[in-house]
Write a protein that binds this ligand. Structure first.
Ligand code: PMV
Length: 308
């Protein structure tokens, strides 16, 4: 039997822009997906998905999951005919859109297969395999999700050949709330939509992307200075840019406004958008609780977490 885990993630700055080479800032969540790989009578592959989360998520991602597993096995040179296997997915990371559930499972599965077949793969190699797996879910992924899922912590990420990852240090961990809009989104479609609009409106999009780049550098400095007031303001600005590229949504905008009304220092969608999750900066437990419970009162699922 082989075992592996992968972290969830919350993108604090730069989703979508990061696909096109702008740096992004993400934090892994303390919650993670666990995978167990066992020998199986066969034929082929049996997947048991015990992860909990948004209704309809597992079903709607079934085909992408199948494709993703094919990419994983190919990248790991595993022939299912010779090695039929059963993969069981679990852990405490809920499967919401926007929390990096696909990348967390890709990393967990690659690690579990590596464990089962005594491959002893490095984190770097696991990250590369998970990137291949992510293509099934995201089409043209930046790599930020699988990198956060593999290494954990708070990271600065920039896509390139090769991509760059730096760990960010902040003075103290900070409370955040993630609110789930309850809408399952197809990241692949949303990412493709941005690319299409960018191509059609180069002037408008070049300006927005330039603003996003300036913003993420300011955000890094503010985080490192532990100037949370500015971090929150920059999150709000980031949300405006995400609205301009048309990746927010009705439920997300509602939750963002609710969080700000309840005193959050900043709030924005996180991840692919359209549906999925938003994140609010809520330093101190009392504020976190106030924002989280206001969302719960409106019937939304929330996660209370810390970054850094
Ligand atoms: O929706 P998620 O959790 O898969 O996040 C996607 C993040 C994007 O920036 C939109 C895509 C990417 O590959 O970086």
């Amino acid at each position: 039997m082989g075992k592996g885990h992968g972290f969830g993630k919350v993108i604090m700055f730069g989703e979508h822009f990061v696909v096109h080479g702008v740096p992004g800032i993400a934090s892994a969540t303390s919650l993670s997906t666990e995978a167990i790989v066992k020998k199986f009578k066969g034929p082929g592959l049996n997947v048991i998905d015990n992860r909990k989360g948004t209704e309809g998520y597992t079903q709607s991602k079934k085909e992408q999951q199948k494709e993703s597993l094919e990419y994983t096995l190919k990248a790991m040179s595993i022939d299912l005919k010779k090695n039929p296997m059963e993969i069981t997915l679990g852990g405490d990371l809920p499967v919401f859109s926007g929390i990096g559930a696909s990348a967390a499972s890709a990393v967990a599965i690659a690690r579990a297969i590596s464990d089962e077949f005594r491959m002893n793969l490095s984190d770097e190699r696991i990250n590369e395999i998970a990137y291949e797996a992510e293509k099934a879910y995201a089409g043209n992924p930046s790599g930020i999700d699988n990198t956060a899922a593999t290494y954990g912590g708070l990271i600065w990420f920039m896509r390139g050949a090769p991509s760059k990852m730096e760990r960010l240090k902040i003075k103290n961990p900070v409370e955040i709330v993630m609110g789930n809009s309850g809408v399952v989104a197809d990241t692949k479609e949303v990412v493709a939509g941005v690319a299409e609009r960018k191509q059609k409106n180069p002037q408008k999009y070049d300006k927005i992307f330039k603003d996003a780049e300036e913003l993420v550098h300011k955000a890094r400095k503010s985080l490192e200075r532990f100037d949370l007031k500015t971090v929150g303001e920059l999150m709000n600005e980031n949300q405006k840019l995400l609205q301009e590229i048309e990746v927010s949504g009705k439920e997300l905008d509602f939750l963002v406004k609710l969080a700000r009304d309840k005193g959050a220092w900043g709030a924005k969608l996180t991840g692919g958008g359209v549906g999925g999750c938003m994140v609010a900066l809520t330093p101190r437990k009392e504020l976190q609780e106030k924002v989280a419970s206001a969302m719960e009162k409106e019937g939304f699922k929330v996660l209370r977490m810390k970054i850094g």
